[in-house]
Design a protein around this ligand. Structure first.
Ligand code: CAA
Length: 381
């Protein structure tokens, strides 16, 4: 066992950090304030191969491994968590879903361009009435020869306003619960698909979150992922994978908060010395640093298991559960170390605090992660 990063991983880490500091940091506060999507940055991230990190080169991706991927999500989130969200959804929820469950034709048509940064992917499971209880979704598909007719409204769709392609989970019959759900690739230009309300969010504000409305939208059966009725199973497996990237995002937010608090505590003078010299501040910083390292190791562990094609769902949920709580604690402490200044929009730590909260909620709440972990514990007995 070797805890050091390889030379290649160190190189990728530096590259992602340089990108974040040069391309994201200058506009991050303004984009947060205006809820402005980082179009330029996402285009450049596509050119770097960061929109399809683990996707093989033959399908338009960078062909890197899962550790490289979590390093990239962490480094981008350390500066702009919303960019972490955008690329995590594109990579884990869209691209990996098609890589794992798509046919050759689907990979050629729907994966290659998106993994290469020529388009953007989204994933839509939730609805107004179905969040944690994902199997209770109501968006309907009706058989119509070589097409399905889709009707219903999806909610909480990250990347939804800017996406070129969506993976939509819909049911042939809500009474069948998870057994009725199918996964379909839907193109943006599909007639009968309308982009609905854009949500005004607490955090990750430069990523967009919208409703999608389907009114008699005709989706070719050729766009079905897996078989009819396999959608819930696909959704769950894709989320197992996605949860690793949310853990990485949380580690990035926490590291950003720690770095800001370290810098500030070295500069801020009270009672005649930098506040870093006071043990009360040192204890906070030491706790933050220790928890971040623990979270990073849990995240790397889940990524390594995935890389080795070993079961990783329990470890992914553990990493997400721990890292999201840890990021919230770290961001609150960073604000506290900044005192009154931490409460102002002139400093980054208030944004870290707002951004951290989502990691507790999306891709399965912390309560759901505990249920998933407990189910594995029960099965492992
Ligand atoms: N992998 C493969 N199959 C799985 C699975 C997994 N991880 N988890 C469950 N399944 C299968 C079960 O084996 C079962 O299949 P069979 O009928 O063949 O036995 C089937 O799915 C139903 O399983 P459960 O009875 O356990 O399902 P449930 O209805 O009780 O729900 C749950 C389980 C864990 C609570 C699940 O609903 C869940 O994860 N909910 C949270 C949903 C979520 O994370 N939503 C986030 C959406 S994405 C997002 O946040 C937006 C964004 O854009 C970022």
């Amino acid at each position: 066992m070797d805890f050091r990063l390889t030379e290649e991983h160190e190189f990728i880490k530096q590259m992602a950090r340089d990108f974040a500091e040069k391309e994201l940091a200058p506009g991050v506060r303004e984009r947060d304030e205006k809820q402005e999507f980082p179009h330029e940055a996402i285009k450049k991230l596509g050119e770097l191969g960061f929109m399809g990190v683990v996707i093989p080169e033959e399908y338009g991706g960078a062909g890197l491994d899962s550790i490289a991927y979590v390093i990239i999500v962490e480094e981008l989130s350390r500066v702009e968590a919303a960019v972490g969200t955008i690329i995590a959804v594109n990579n884990s929820l869209y691209c990996c879903c098609i890589l794992n469950f798509g046919t050759e034709e689907q990979k050629e048509k729907f994966l290659k361009p998106i993994a290469g940064g020529n388009g953007l992917g989204a994933y839509s499971l939730s609805e107004a009435g179905s969040g944690s209880d994902a199997a209770s979704l109501k968006t309907r598909i009706k058989d119509d020869g070589d097409h399905y007719i889709m009707n219903g409204t999806k909610m909480w769709v990250t990347n939804g306003a800017n996406a070129s392609h969506y993976i939509i989970f819909a049911t042939i019959d809500p009474e069948k619960r998870h057994k009725g759900i199918s996964a379909l690739i839907v193109e943006r230009e599909t007639e009968g698909l309308k982009i609905g309300k854009k949500e005004n969010k607490l955090g990750i504000r430069s990523s967009d979150t919208v409703e999608l409305i389907f009114e008699n939208a005709r989706i070719p059966k050729a766009n079905l992922l897996g078989k009819e009725g396999e959608g819930f199973n696909i959704a769950m497996q894709v989320l197992d994978n996605g949860r690793i990237s949310i853990a990485a995002q949380a580690v990035g937010i926490a590291q950003g908060a720690l770095d800001a608090a370290l810098k500030y505590s070295g500069e801020r003078v009270q009672f005649g010395k930098p506040i870093f010299e006071f043990q009360a501040i040192q204890i906070k910083l030491a706790n933050m640093a220790t928890e971040i390292e623990a979270g990073r190791l849990l995240t790397y562990q889940a990524a390594l298991l995935r890389e080795g094609n070993l079961p990783f769902a329990k470890e992914a949920s553990m990493a997400k559960l721990f890292c999201s709580g840890m990021a919230n604690r770290a961001a609150v402490e960073a604000v506290q170390i900044h005192g009154g200044y931490g409460y102002l929009k002139d400093f980054d730590v208030e944004r870290f605090m707002r951004d951290a909260k989502i990691t507790d909620i999306y891709e399965g709440t912390s309560e759901i992660q505990r249920l998933v972990i407990a189910k594995h514990l029960k099965n492992d007995r």
